[in-house]
Design a protein around this ligand. Structure first.
Ligand code: GLU
Ligand code: MG
Length: 439
């Protein structure tokens, strides 16, 4: 046997953030990058039905078919600290090179491209994540506390270094309200990179904190009686020359026409895309009133109990206000692939732009005190309260079927039904524990 020791056998991992919100993939020797970035690595259609618990839901593909997962050089990074990591996200394609209908990254790209074609705007987004260290008893004085920050500093600087090196520029880090809960925000990124960064941030959180002997989890809620872990997606728009398109000083709440219709669309279709944004059974424990998450299709002006919230700006000069101005979507969590979340939000926002949808007037009251008739009279709806209800709304939505395609919708519903079956008979704490292990 002849050996060729000139080949770089250090491994590159190429991954896809799949329907279950888990990154799965394969690795190959770095020396083969050139070849693999053209040809990809082999991938199997039925992998799309592997649930977050690794069961396999009903699959229309069975044992048939072949695909390729093609690494994207734009998403590649190498970390030298700790155990070396050479990583890239990839696109799933047919053997003929066409984007696969169930590739979350290709779906996000399709939504972003269509939005740009319709409006001339590029989406800029930042994913704000909350996570908790598992099995941390509550400690008085810990909410936003200095003590918790100092505990976190033992690992956070390594963590932020890793994020920076991976291209996910960290913005702020803080001890959040709940037991062992932290929040990390990233600087905004354009288009697909925003979702890529979110997928990478989740991986690196586990990677770096594990090295420090900690067990983080992004599961939507760890304890049914305590706080949830939210994912807030901040949006703003830029034109091709980088001019901001989100703000209009003449609107009472600062929304440009594009922003208003986009938010109008997101809120109009929110119940129909919730099964994507909040995709676990326990997501619906979090999406309840008084948890500072989201329970209605409402727009909040600096209100933290709204599905969409217009965020504050801190500058005074018009140019900087227009650049800072953004809104966040709060009815999402990190059990979803960030690529699917981005695709669903952009499809819904784009539909709002097409229909010139108007958002409801920002509410300044506790909507949970209104009865359904009073809610309806103001144009508000309670969001679905179970994953089952959210899936039903998703499955029967003509709009969702047009955006994602019938095959995708049917496969996604079957995927989630298989996931729900894995939880049959468990009580809520046990369900939370199962999700905590995954995310
Ligand atoms: N933990 C809250 C959530 O589940 C968010 C709290 C906040 O940062 O406003 O979304
Ligand atoms: Mg927070």
């Amino acid at each position: 046997m002849t050996r060729n020791n000139d080949i770089d056998n250090r491994l590159v991992f190429v991954g896809t953030s799949d329907l279950s919100g888990v990154v799965r993939g394969k690795s190959f020797p770095a020396g083969d990058w050139e070849k693999r970035s053209r040809r990809g690595v082999g991938w199997t259609p039925t992998n799309v039905q592997i649930t977050c618990f690794d069961s396999i839901s009903d699959s229309p593909f069975g044992s048939f078919g072949d695909l390729v997962l093609v690494p994207d050089a734009d998403s590649r990074f190498v970390l030298e600290d700790g155990q070396r990591l050479d990583f890239a996200l990839g696109d799933i394609r047919s053997l003929e090179g066409e984007p696969w209908d169930f590739c979350t990254r290709s779906l996000a790209r399709r939504a972003l491209d269509a939005f740009h074609a319709l409006t001339g705007a590029r989406v800029q987004a930042a994913f704000e994540h909350e996570f908790q260290l598992r099995d941390q008893p509550p400690r008085p004085g810990d909410a936003f506390g200095f003590k918790g920050f100092r505990d976190g500093q033992a690992w956070a600087e390594d963590y932020l270094d890793a994020l920076q090196a991976a291209g996910c520029a960290p913005d702020t880090f803080m001890k959040e309200y709940g037991p062992g809960q932290y929040e990390i925000t990233m600087k905004p990124a354009i288009g697909l990179a925003a979702a890529d960064n979110a997928a990478v941030l989740r991986l690196l959180t586990h990677d770096v904190l594990q090295r420090h002997g900690l067990a983080p989890s992004f599961a939507p809620i760890l304890d049914p009686d305590s706080v949830g872990n939210g994912l807030h997606v901040h949006f703003s728009f830029l034109d091709d020359a980088d001019a901001p398109l989100t703000h209009d000083a003449d609107d009472p709440h600062g929304m440009s026409r594009l922003t208003r219709h986009f938010i109008g669309g997101v809120l109009k279709y929110l119940d129909q895309i919730l099964a994507i944004l909040a995709p676990s059974e326990i997501s619906y424990l979090r999406l309840t009133p008084h948890r500072w998450s989201a329970a209605y299709n409402n727009l909040g002006f600096r209100d933290r109990e709204a599905s969409v919230r217009i965020c504050p700006v801190t500058a005074q000069d018009p140019e900087s206000v227009a650049r800072q101005y953004n809104f966040e979507i709060r009815a999402a969590d990190a059990a979803a692939s960030p690529h699917l979340t981005l695709a669903a939000l952009v499809f819904a926002g784009m539909q709002g732009v097409r229909e010139e949808a108007e958002p409801p007037t920002p509410a300044q009251e506790d909507l949970s005190l209104l009865d359904p008739a009073a809610l309806a009279a103001r144009g508000f709806r309670r969001l679905p309260t179970t994953l089952g209800d959210a899936l039903a709304a998703f499955g029967r939505s003509q709009a969702v079927r047009e955006w994602f395609g019938d095959d995708f919708v049917d496969v996604y519903v079957a995927h989630k039904e298989g996931e729900l079956a894995q939880l049959d008979g468990l009580d809520w704490p046990a369900k939370c524990a199962r999700y905590a292990e995954v995310y």
